[in-house]
Ligand binder design. Structure first.
Ligand SMILES: Cc1cc2nc3c(=O)[nH]c(=O)nc-3n(C[C@H](O)[C@H](O)[C@H](O)COP(=O)(O)OP(=O)(O)OC[C@H]3O[C@@H](n4cnc5c(N)ncnc54)[C@H](O)[C@@H]3O)c2cc1C
Length: 462
């Protein structure tokens, strides 16, 4: 890279890498992004299949809490593409039963009153026992969850003695939807953090969906915004190793043998790819890097099924404790531009997208078997409306290592964006920030990593 501007090489073109590219080009730095795949967006990527239908890495819900993501979308002119849904969480159960946590448009905690007294499933006694277990959360607020990181959520619930039905029917799908691992594995801190946020900030649990593909409303607009200021993007370009001279990063070796150099290096790789790219000399230099080995990606499967009739009319995210579909949505309702099949209008029917978890035991199954199990879960939850329904098309996307697994005691291994190496910064959902591994987390991590570089350059005070 030749010019007086300081140069930054960004590794990985997911949401974190693309956000960092925008933040740094906006401040006049010379940016280059290298991405392994032919498409950008990483875990929130989307692409068209051979029949012209959008396929996604997974259903992506936009939580009200992700302020930094909406600031970014306003900057690139795409915030209008978020369709906010009714503020409620609906659960579908086998046998066609269902319950809904609704909210009132009132200040916290009054907004939760209908969820507690009018959910139509849990008894007042069950909700009272649950509310009692949350007293430490209400008193200590966000200071409480970090003190519970040594426990799984199931262990925490056992200590607090809140009911098994609440755990099985409400929190199991919630844990699986959030991080694709069950309450017996997920750190109590995660569920308590989310519960505390939902409790404290009324709009935080409101969900939105994009009106169409993330590629069209997130990634391409981000790339265009940065490219217009000179950023360069190279896809199908895999990083092999960071070159470390004992003091700082001297370059990045690509898988094709090429070496790229810059003044700063910003890794926005997933955790397992970062660990693979770190040289042994760096891992042994500092516990900061050695600790990264403890963070692991969780397997998850995304399935889309087009049915020939409308099975669920909900225009919102749905949860299910029964079967293999903890979280899903009828995209033909939630996502106007996805009301298509093979390029033709697809009105009044069902285009479900499911997050299938836990996926560990399902990863080795064939596409047909996975679709069969998902279809069975659907027919259990909708015994009447699914009668006679036929599958017109299906797709399966397996992600062997997706978001990092927030198991107990993992929090201390999440790295900050600044590292002990002067010219190396990290971004990505697994790095330390408010929102865990999520779209909000990816954007916040990129903001923090970019600020670190700008600060190092004297372009930002503090
Ligand atoms: C099924 C599913 C559902 C989800 N649902 C939600 C949701 O509803 N709401 C929400 O907020 N979040 C959700 N998430 C999480 C969200 O997608 C991620 O937290 C976020 O996209 C992470 O972005 P990132 O940029 O940190 O990482 P990534 O998206 O993983 O980006 C990393 C990039 O690095 C690239 N890369 C990897 N190795 C190399 C290499 N060697 N060289 C060059 N490039 C490389 C990858 O191809 C990728 O593009 C979901 C995730 C999944 C998998």
């Amino acid at each position: 890279m030749s010019s007086d501007k300081k140069s930054v090489l960004i590794l990985g073109g997911g949401l974190a890498g693309l956000t960092a590219a925008k933040r740094l080009t906006d401040r006049g730095l010379q940016v280059r992004v290298v991405e392994k795949r032919d498409i950008y967006g990483g875990k929130v990527s989307s692409w068209k299949d051979a029949e012209g239908d959008w396929i996604e890495s997974g259903t992506h819900c936009f939580f009200g809490a992700y302020g930094v993501l909406y600031d970014l979308m306003k900057e690139i002119g795409t915030y209008h593409s978020v369709r906010w849904k009714e503020h409620q969480l609906a659960y579908t159960l086998s046998g066609g039963e269902r319950f809904t946590f609704s909210t009132w448009d009132m200040p916290s905690p009054l907004h939760l009153i209908p969820a507690i007294i009018r959910n139509g499933y849990f008894t007042f006694g069950e909700m009272a026992a649950f509310s009692k277990s949350l007293i430490p959360l209400a008193l200590q607020k966000n200071l409480y969850p970090p003190t519970q990181d040594h426990l799984t959520f199931a262990e925490w619930a056992e200590e607090k003695k809140f009911g098994k039905r609440l755990m099985d029917k409400m929190f199991r799908p919630m844990a699986l939807a959030l991080k694709f691992i069950p309450p017996e594995e997920i750190s109590a801190k995660i569920i308590l953090d989310v519960t505390e946020t939902f409790y404290r900030i009324p709009d935080s649990s409101c969900m939105g969906f994009l009106k169409g593909a993330p590629d069209e409303y997130l990634h391409q607009p981000l790339i265009r915004a940065s490219a217009s200021r000179g950023a360069q993007f190279r896809n199908v370009t895999a990083v092999d190793e960071l070159l470390f001279d004992g003091r700082e990063i001297k370059g990045v070796q690509l898988r094709n043998g090429e070496i790229l150099t810059a003044d700063y290096y910003l890794s926005a790789l997933p955790i397992h790819n970062l660990v693979n790219a770190l040289p042994v000399s760096l891992k042994t230099k500092d516990l900061f890097f050695a600790g990264l080995d403890n963070l692991e990606g969780v397997p998850v499967i995304s399935v889309q099924i087009w049915y020939d009739r409308e099975i669920a009319s909900d225009d919102n995210v749905l949860f299910s404790p029964d079967g293999v579909i903890p979280v899903y949505a009828n995209l033909a309702r939630t996502t106007p531009e996805y009301r298509t099949l093979r390029g033709e209008p697809f009105e009044g029917k069902t285009r479900f997208e499911f997050c299938v978890a836990p996926a560990r035991d399902l990863m080795g199954l064939t596409k047909e078997e996975i679709v069969r199990q998902v279809d069975l879960s659907v027919r259990n939850c909708y015994p009447v409306s699914s009668q006679g329904a036929s599958i017109l098309k299906s797709s399966v996307v397996k992600i062997p290592r997706s978001v990092y697994a927030p198991l107990p005691n993992m929090e201390r291994f999440r790295p900050t964006q600044a590292t002990p190496v002067r010219n190396l910064f990290l971004a990505g959902g697994f790095t330390q920030q408010l929102y865990y591994d999520s779209m909000g987390g990816a954007v916040m991590s990129a903001n923090l990593a970019s600020e670190g570089i700008l600060r190092a350059e004297g372009l930002l005070e503090g």
